[in-house]
Design a protein. Sequence first.
Length: 257
Amino acid sequence: MFTKAITRKPCKALVNGISTAMFGEGKPVYEDAVEQHDQYVATLRELGLEVLDLEADERYPDSCFVEDPAVVMPECAVITNPATDSRKGEKYEIVDAIKKFYSDDQIFHLEEPGTMEGGDVMLIDKTFYVGQSERTNAEGARQFAAIVAKFGYDVSTVPVTEGLHLKDFVIYLGNNDILVSAVMNDVPEFQKYNRFVVPEEELYAINSLNINGTVLTPKGFPKTQAYIESLGYPVRPMNTNEFRLIDGSLTCLSLRF
Ligand code: CIR
């Protein structure tokens, strides 16, 4: 069960967020992003979470994607080392928020030359699957594995070959169910889970988010939504269109614990 979340309001500089345009082209509209973010925070609160919604930080265009500069679990928080110059400083800004919930001896830091972003980290039971991507390197995964091993977690690395982060291409819903891209469907480590291969045109819907039994899913992806519903989850379709233009989606917008 999640009881808390940390989010950060989008800043006006969001229009300059990094984009591969993999999910659509164009610049986000700030006011619409704020509205969609407000809806997201309201939904988390409605589902019972206490949400710390941090003020916007204009220095970092992508800073609303708080999932990337930290990885949190019940026992500890790991401050990561985002790979890109425009995001690196976000790790210093997330620490103060993390300190409200974790004591100093529960907070760990990844160091150069290790890089990692939380979008590459997916937890299933006591195993962290860590994407090896342009944002998370082998050294980042190695440092992370050494930290979380102290708390009984294993780490298994998975190559990310299709785009930005691991969780754009595979997500754990719970009850052994995962949503995968066709590429992730072939990954040996994932064969033991019940896999739904999301159709190519609905790839963006993979990044859905289970909050205490209710699944938030991006709006407008009927096949994926129907599949999740068929598993028995209540689904909340969410409008994330502005974040989508800069490769952002549902998990990226919060840290949950
Ligand atoms: C970036 O490229 O870093 C941002 N524009 C998007 C980050 C999305 N984060 C995530 O999926 N965890």
